[in-house]
Design a protein around this ligand. Structure first.
Ligand SMILES: [Zn+2]
Length: 160
């Protein structure tokens, strides 16, 4: 019985590693850990299952892939094929992000959205800038919602 459970647990852990432990997320985790901050990962009891949860600061961090979350930036490009499918998929992800944000704010949580384009690609921020902003946000205790993006944000809502 114990063995069955551990196999199941291992399978779940491995599938989670594949789908969730993206490079930008690992970078944020390691960086904040090195700054002495401690957090829980992917708390399923909270709306949207935030990537990092800082109970002490009543704050969460999401690390968003610009494609999957339909960011208005130079890293988002609609695929050439099955465009209607991708538009619908990404629109539904975006709608879920809005619901998640509302639900967390309503419960008094503070939120940082770290966008992939702040850490890589042509518009990425200078080294250390993203971690610095996360750290300052956590310490501020007042700011409720912050987006950290790269510098190449477009104004056209091309995926709407
Ligand atoms: Zn982006």
């Amino acid at each position: 019985m114990v063995d069955v459970l551990s196999v199941e647990q291992r399978r779940r852990n491995m599938s989670r590693i594949r789908s969730r432990d993206t490079k930008p997320e690992l970078f944020i985790r390691r960086g904040l850990h090195a700054l002495g901050l401690r957090y829980r990962l992917q708390d399923g009891k909270l709306p949207g299952r935030p990537d990092l949860v800082f109970s002490r600061f009543h704050a969460v961090i999401f690390v968003h892939g610009c494609f999957w979350h339909g960011h208005n930036c130079s890293m988002f490009k609609l695929p050439q094929t099955r465009q209607e499918f991708w538009k619908a998929k990404i629109a539904s992800n975006r709608a879920r992000d809005v619901r998640t944000t509302d639900a967390l704010l309503e419960k008094g949580w503070r939120i940082v959205n770290v966008w992939e384009c702040s850490l890589k690609g042509p518009g990425k921020l200078p080294d250390g800038e993203v971690l610095k902003r996360c750290f300052e946000f956590l310490m501020s205790k007042e700011v409720r919602l912050v987006d950290i993006s790269g510098v190449l944000i477009t104004n056209d809502e091309k995926h709407k």
